[in-house]
Design a protein. Sequence first.
Length: 105
Amino acid sequence: MILSTTNNIDGTPVKNYLGIVTGETIIGANIVKDVFASIRDIVGGRSGSYEKVLREAKDTALKEMTENAKRLNADAILGVDLDYETVGNRGGMLMVTASGTAVNL
């Protein structure tokens, strides 16, 4: 499965547009990560624990979107877009949404 943020694949015409596909995930951050992230905010540096959670959420959303495209027998997903939002009380959860257009090449 080809995933692309562009609207086409150079040299490869789109035969069929199969529709919009999405994948969503919501992941909570726990109190231990919050404490260490707060310390990082004070002393500077990157928060490895939050970066790991962010990567996991992104990978899960992309995987779910890809599975939805496979159900449509798509060859590729074009115009892939990733959106990140905090949700829940005091922004305690991270939501990642992946979307794009499933196509046959």
